[in-house]
Write a protein that binds this ligand. Structure first.
Ligand code: HEM
Length: 197
């Protein structure tokens, strides 16, 4: 693709990624929703985007690179950074709802809450090393850092399950990855290993 078309489609992607956040903030600003009403959409978006960022790796391993998967892989970093931004928005909404650092520290020992903090901390290294410059500087270590997103996702599912009485929604969000990893494993059992994350 021409460089200006790549830039244009990336701007379009970021506009799409920003829209749900813009709607949430508009509802908050107009008094249609309280900060606590937005925990759910912001947390859901963070998890959805992590899942979307992790899916093309195993799918490419199974199906081989095709046009769709190549384009999906090309925007994987954007999806990961957007996931981190939604997780930060989720935290800002939580801080707004609680209203003070003391109240937040009071809750930090609860399993449903510290697992959220852990998920955020584990997302941080991949988010801060998402630039082209970081890829060049870190070389092979860059991929190792990106793999920390897997434990981050596990921590966010633990956080979700500990806070929510119903597990069905979390299971629906995790199912595509479980299917993709199962497909990847069947491919690895049949052929020598190809490397993607
Ligand atoms: C930074 C620390 C975090 C804190 C203090 C926190 C806090 C909370 C709270 C209070 C809720 C609402 C529980 C309820 O109303 O029942 C919640 C829900 C949720 N959080 Fe977090 N969270 C954090 C980080 C994260 C991260 C990093 C993710 C994902 C990457 C995440 C994903 C979710 C999800 C998916 C839900 C459930 C939404 C639903 O009901 O569908 N949280 N969180």
């Amino acid at each position: 693709m021409q460089p200006h078309l790549v830039r244009f489609s990336r701007v379009g992607l970021w506009i799409m990624l920003a829209l749900p956040a813009a709607f949430m903030l508009a509802r908050l600003a107009q008094g249609e929703a309280l900060a606590m009403d937005l925990f759910e959409p912001s947390g859901d978006m963070a998890v959805r985007l992590i899942v979307l960022a992790l899916l093309p790796g195993p799918l490419t391993d199974f199906f081989g690179p095709n046009h769709l998967l190549r384009n999906w892989l090309a925007v994987r970093r954007n999806l990961g950074v957007a996931a981190f931004i939604y997780a930060l928005l989720h935290l800002v909404l939580y801080a707004t709802d609680l209203g003070s650092l003391a109240a937040m520290l009071d809750e930090v020992g609860l399993p449903g809450i510290w697992t959220g903090w852990l998920a955020l901390l584990l997302l941080l290294p991949a988010a801060v090393t998402s630039s082209n410059r970081a890829i060049r500087l870190l070389g092979l270590r860059w991929k190792t850092i990106q793999r920390i997103v897997y434990p981050a996702l596990l921590a966010s599912f633990a956080h979700w399950l500990l806070l929510e009485s119903s597990w069905q929604k979390a299971a629906i969000h995790g199912a595509p990855l479980i299917i993709a990893w199962t497909l990847r494993m069947t491919r690895h059992l049949q052929t020598p290993r190809r490397k993607t994350i």
